[in-house]
Design a protein around this ligand. Sequence first.
Ligand SMILES: Cc1cc2nc3c(=O)[nH]c(=O)nc-3n(C[C@H](O)[C@H](O)[C@H](O)COP(=O)(O)OP(=O)(O)OC[C@H]3O[C@@H](n4cnc5c(N)ncnc54)[C@H](O)[C@@H]3O)c2cc1C
Length: 248
Amino acid sequence: MALQWISGTIARKHVWSEGLFTLSIRCPGVGQFESGQFLQVGMQLPDKHLHRPYSVASPHCDTLEFFIVRVDDGELTPRLWALNEGDSIDVSAKATGGFTLSHTPEAETIWLLATGTGLAPYIAMMREETIWQRHKNIVLVHGVRFATDLAYQEELEQIQARFGRRFHSIPVISRAEVPGALSGRITTAIENGTLESTAENSLAPSNSVVMMCGNPQMLDDVEALLKDRGMNRHKKAVPGHVVVERYW
Ligand SMILES: Cc1cc2nc3c(=O)[nH]c(=O)nc-3n(C[C@H](O)[C@H](O)[C@H](O)COP(=O)(O)OP(=O)(O)OC[C@H]3O[C@@H](n4cnc5c(N)ncnc54)[C@H](O)[C@@H]3O)c2cc1C
């Protein structure tokens, strides 16, 4: 079925670092959706409508946030990066996707693993009460290459101040040693136990569910490690512990 478009306006462009940005798009009329779902964002070119899926980084409202990285040889993102406040942009009218809390089993601890802009759906979820009502502990793990790739830090500090030890925000930085962050990859931090010790939680089928989002290599590698711990992909027919969103 053809996508229905809403003509949105960029209300705010926040640049976290070169090529890493959040667009807040005023687009009233987008249908109700659950945090974690994605919309298509794009524009009409002379020969085609160019669009890609983006997780919404805010709960449903009239102005929606999208956390985007410019892929230098990408078709759409250099064009999105070039936009400024007041410019028009198309947003699909209806969100889709099953990367949501209602498709995730209940557990004492929820692990939210992201690489890069895979942080987006968790920002939306953490701004609402549901995740805090469903889970006693929330562990957010954000894998990036450099400290400058860490976004939403102020907001995460505010969440930390509100929820104390119920919430752990753990940056994992692969190409630099940074105080307060784990060094290396998320997989290494799982294998050597530093992720669990930093999170003050065990990553086990008895108490945990895992959502993970972003780079497909990270998803595959972590999924294999979780499998060894008896944690499998969650399916309606066969309940498990792991829910995944692949960005490419
Ligand atoms: C369900 C879903 C949700 C998504 N949500 C987001 C989001 O919230 N933010 C976001 O930035 N992207 C997100 N993406 C990726 C997005 O749809 C585009 O693929 C991306 O923005 C590149 O578009 P492009 O036209 O510039 O690149 P294309 O010309 O389409 O080139 C695609 C290539 O770009 C690379 N790539 C794609 N996404 C990324 C990325 N996030 N980081 C690094 N390299 C990437 C991959 O190598 C991929 O093969 C999501 C994808 C899916 C499937």
